[in-house]
Design a protein around this ligand. Structure first.
Ligand SMILES: [Zn+2]
Ligand SMILES: [Zn+2]
Length: 87
């Protein structure tokens, strides 16, 4: 599930190389690509590494950054509350 969420191609840069959604913006609560980086430069974001993404973004980390009750509201792009069930 993580793989499909994070490693879809960026809809803003569909024809650009390195457009994997390999970063996650805490402020926007969405994944974004290398080319979107300038738009999020002042935001809090984490880089998602392909094979250790479960460790990079896990429930504990998110709860430190978010109010967990906010996560439960879900998000159309990234359903974090559902992802938490895996932990
Ligand atoms: Zn992009
Ligand atoms: Zn952002």
């Amino acid at each position: 599930m993580y793989r499909t969420v994070y490693y879809a191609a960026c809809i803003t840069h569909p024809d650009t190389k390195k457009n994997d959604l390999d970063r996650f913006c805490i402020d926007c609560i969405r994944a974004f690509c290398y080319h979107c980086l300038p738009a999020h430069a002042r935001h809090t974001y984490v880089k998602i590494r392909r094979y250790v993404y479960c460790e990079v973004i896990n429930k504990q980390d998110l709860c430190k950054l978010f109010d967990c009750s906010g996560i439960q509201q879900g998000n159309a792009d990234l359903d974090i509350s559902e992802a938490q069930h895996e932990f």
